[in-house]
Design a protein around this ligand. Structure first.
Ligand SMILES: Cc1cc2nc3c(=O)[nH]c(=O)nc-3n(C[C@H](O)[C@H](O)[C@H](O)COP(=O)(O)OP(=O)(O)OC[C@H]3O[C@@H](n4cnc5c(N)ncnc54)[C@H](O)[C@@H]3O)c2cc1C
Length: 548
């Protein structure tokens, strides 16, 4: 045996699992197809938003949350309706228990801290038992993505020093090995060394092969979002036809290959048709990975128009219902849509997801945050997109704006009269203290929350008010991100076979396992639940494997 355990994938789930194993004194090999520079996987790039329930941050902001409310929201979003949802549902319940219980204290003891103002993602906009967060729950970690991986990277390095961890980088697993029908290792290709920057596509030239043996294997290889062919093949009918053009919210190594490898060894994939892609993607003007897109984390005020300039129906407002919006847009026959907003809105309401797009929060320094936000105005990364982003149009008059929107796509689908009618009607409702416009009501409701009023929601104003201008239009792409289905696992993170039995010694954690069970989110997510899902399932897999 080369080690007690092999962990496939040096992303967050793999790092957490490896740490649990070394704490139990086990010898671990951590394999990754990328080089040293990409350790930490997607989590490094993440915004670091974590879902906590009834946290001190929430209580300080006068947000009353509870396990029961979170469970109600989760089940309303998940919509579990399949026989194979048995384990995903059990994972969901266990995860909400973790998020309402030990999670924050466990991470805090590892040195993590959170920004004091809690964000309100996926607001839903339907009834109490349907999709969405009833209360703000999105806790941004100090240091964003790098702050999330730091304690687990530190633990890995500690394990290396103790001689318990050995990294095998540029090792790409192609299959499992078995002896007498029992999985006892993995084999694969050694890829040529790489010096590319973190997250950039690396060479796939094979320079050798390997076979490594261990008593237990943990698959922590991430999802499929970097593999557009696989995303299209997995695209469910209920979301319409797969988009012809998409941009990628994840690096190329999120290729989904290990799903097929584990399936070939007898593992079961469930809910492969459940995915979480965003509808507010913009092309990164400074790309790192292929077709690199950034997600706008929008406040609720932008006017959302389809490719023909028709306003999206209630409650498909920015930040309310990601998949509801995706379904609607795919039915329009176009892959893109538009935000129309004012400078005043962009300054207050646009945040960009990703550690590199939030240098102030990523620095973890209050001084830098205050410096960056002093004097109002849009944050520097948003300003850079306004100036250099291929999807932004800034103009003083609506007619110029619409003309340039048409120029941008070259499709000439937008009619000034149609857009003017939508904008003027919306502006009339802003001036109306009663209003029948559900988005205007939602904006006013959001401002009842102190966190939104302070940071995230612009004071309601007319879009055509010159004092709020200039006007801005943003072309929005479909942006791939998360894989909600995956390898079916029991509550010990053991991979299940088609007949419901386990391998005994093969575990899965993180996105490859649908964040637990093979899809603990069901159809939809409440946000901030992916990093936490990797931590929870990675911890479970590591602890279970350590017992063998
Ligand atoms: C920009 C961005 C922002 C995000 N923001 C948030 C957020 O705020 N909140 C939140 O909850 N989530 C967020 N997420 C999602 C979250 O970061 C991911 O879901 C999570 O980090 C996935 O971790 P993982 O360990 O499962 O997989 P990954 O990070 O994808 O790691 C898997 C690793 O396995 C390796 N691998 C794959 N196949 C093989 C193979 N065959 N052989 C060897 N190695 C292999 C890969 O190279 C990779 O290093 C964000 C993601 C991105 C990209």
């Amino acid at each position: 045996m080369d080690a007690d355990a092999i962990v496939i994938g040096g992303g967050l789930a793999g790092l957490v699992a490896a740490g649990e194993l070394t704490e139990a004194g086990k010898r671990v090999l951590v394999l990754d197809q990328e080089g040293e520079q990409s350790l930490g996987g997607q989590a490094f790039w993440s915004f670091g938003g974590l879902f906590f329930v009834d946290s001190p941050e929430q209580r300080r902001m006068r947000i009353r949350d509870s396990y029961d409310l979170a469970l109600q929201d989760w089940l309303g979003s998940a919509g579990f309706d399949r026989e194979e949802d048995l384990w995903p549902r059990k994972w969901a319940e266990a995860y909400i228990g973790f998020a309402a219980g030990e999670k924050r204290a466990w991470l805090r003891a590892k040195g993590m801290r959170w920004f004091p103002i809690v964000g309100w993602a996926e607001r839903g906009g339907y009834t109490a038992t349907e999709h969405g967060n009833s209360v703000p729950r999105f806790h941004v970690t100090w240091g964003t993505g790098p702050g999330i991986i730091k304690p687990f990277m530190d633990r890995l390095r500690e394990g290396e020093k103790l001689g318990l961890v050995s990294l095998r980088l540029r090792h790409r697993v192609n299959s499992f090995t078995t002896t007498a029908g029992v999985v006892d290792g993995v084999e694969g290709d050694i890829l040529e060394p790489t010096k590319v920057d973190r997250g950039a596509p690396s060479s796939r030239t094979v320079v050798g092969g390997f076979v490594l043996k261990a008593q237990t294997i943990i698959v922590a290889s991430g999802g499929i979002g970097g593999n557009l062919d696989l995303v299209r093949r997995s695209w469910p009918k209920r979301l319409g036809n797969p988009p012809q053009s998409m941009i990628c919210g994840v690096p190329d190594y999120v290729d989904g290959r290990m799903l097929g490898v584990t399936e070939a060894a007898g593992g079961t994939i469930i809910n492969g048709d459940r995915m979480w892609h965003y509808t507010e993607g913009i092309q990164n003007w400074r790309p790192i990975w292929s077709r690199h897109g950034i997600r706008i984390l929008p406040g609720p005020s932008s006017l959302w128009l389809d490719a023909r300039g028709k306003r999206l129906p209630a409650p498909l407002f920015p930040g309310f219902d990601t998949l509801g919006t995706l379904t609607h847009l795919m039915a329009t026959g176009y892959d893109y849509s538009w935000f129309v907003l004012s400078k005043k809105i962009i300054e207050r309401e646009f945040a960009l997801s990703g550690s590199e797009q939030n240098p102030d929060l990523t620095s973890g320094s209050w001084r830098k945050i205050i410096q960056a936000r002093r004097g109002g105005g849009a944050p520097a990364p948003v300003r850079a997109f306004m100036q250099r982003g291929a999807d932004f149009v800034v103009e003083s008059s609506l007619s110029d704006l619409v003309r340039r929107m048409n120029d941008l796509t070259g499709e000439r689908l937008l009619d000034l009269a149609v857009i003017e009618r939508e904008v003027c009607a919306r502006d009339r409702e802003i001036d109306n203290a009663f209003t029948k416009d559900a988005q205007v009501t939602a904006i006013r409701g959001a401002r009842n929350y102190l966190g939104d009023r302070l940071l995230r929601v612009a004071k309601p104003h007319r879009l055509l008010d010159p004092a709020a201008g200039p006007l801005i239009a943003v072309r929005l792409w479909i942006l791939t991100r998360k894989t909600l289905g995956g390898l079916q696992t029991d509550l010990s993170a053991r991979v299940l076979k088609a007949d419901g039995t386990t391998f005994g010694n093969v575990f899965a954690a993180g996105e490859v396992a649908g964040f637990g069970g093979g899809g603990m989110h069901g159809y939809r997510a409440l946000e901030g639940t992916f990093l936490g899902g990797c931590i929870f399932s990675g911890r479970t897999a590591g602890r279970s494997a350590a017992k063998l």
